[in-house]
Structures are given as C-alpha cells and as structure tokens.
Write a protein that binds this ligand. Structure first.
Ligand code: SF4
Ligand code: SF4
Length: 124
C-alpha cells in the first residue's frame, strides 16, 4: 500500500472510479469477502506525488488511512497480513504471490513511517 480502507467506510463507491491504478474494489468484489470497500495493496501506487485521489474524494473521515510502503523492507508485514486475512494479495501467472519483494510499488516518501504505522487519516 499504500493506503487502507477502514470499517468506517460507508461503501459510497466514490473512491473506486478515482483510482488511477484500479486498486479499489467494492465490498461485493472484496477478496476478503468483507463488508467494506477494499484497496489492493499490491496495486496501489499512492497516486505518485499528488494527493491520493481516493482520499480526497472520500466523504467519510477516517475511512482511508495510511499503511506501510509496499516495498521489500515491509515484505513480512504484508505476508503476515495476508496470512491473517487483513489483505488478500493476488498471484501472478507463475503462481507467485505479489508480495512487495516480488512487485514493489511507488510510495510517497514524504509520509513518515510513524504516521503510517499509526494508520492516520490520509486527509486530516
Ligand atoms: S492512493 Fe491512489 S493509487 Fe492508491 S488506492 Fe488511492 S487512488 Fe488508488
Ligand atoms: S469514498 Fe470513502 S466511504 Fe466511499 S467507498 Fe471509498 S472509502 Fe468508502
């Protein structure tokens, strides 16, 4: 990721069309089978240098929060999340799960790790 959608999401769908990376799916298509809209961390590019479009178009405070960068350094974090049902990372055609070590994504270096670890609101 990335960014992450929380249980506060009201499933309005406003973020889905805004994402330039087609990283967001509605609750009905969530690979977690949950009740809320879902960001695929293996696709999110953090809108590369501009404000995350999902969050700037979200009407619900606290629904979109920062998560750790999707890079090899945080591979274990995403592997654990995948094992524990927090994420469901896709596989490529070779059957490799697209963890950060396999397929890292751009992230906004200006957002601190402390902010990300606390999952603070993207728009505050
Ligand atoms: S931060 Fe950008 S790329 Fe990531 S889910 Fe939001 S709109 Fe998509
Ligand atoms: S815009 Fe916000 S409230 Fe609406 S679906 Fe996306 S995360 Fe949920």
């Amino acid at each position: 990721m990335a960014v992450k959608i929380t249980e506060l999401c009201i499933n309005c769908g406003a973020c889905i069309e805004e994402c330039p990376a087609t990283a967001i799916v509605g609750a009905e298509d969530s690979p977690l089978g949950g009740d809320v809209t879902y960001v695929k961390p293996e696709k999110c590019i953090e809108c590369e240098g501009s404000d995350p479009r999902c969050a700037t178009n979200c009407p619900t405070e606290g629904a979109i929060v920062w998560d750790l960068p999707y890079i090899a350094e945080y591979n274990d974090y995403y592997m654990d999340g995948h094992k524990n049902g927090i994420y469901k990372i896709r596989e490529n055609k070779k059957g490799e799960t697209l963890f950060p070590a396999v397929s890292p994504k751009p992230f906004q270096a200006g957002v601190s790790i402390a902010k990300r670890e606390k999952h603070t609101n993207v728009v505050s």
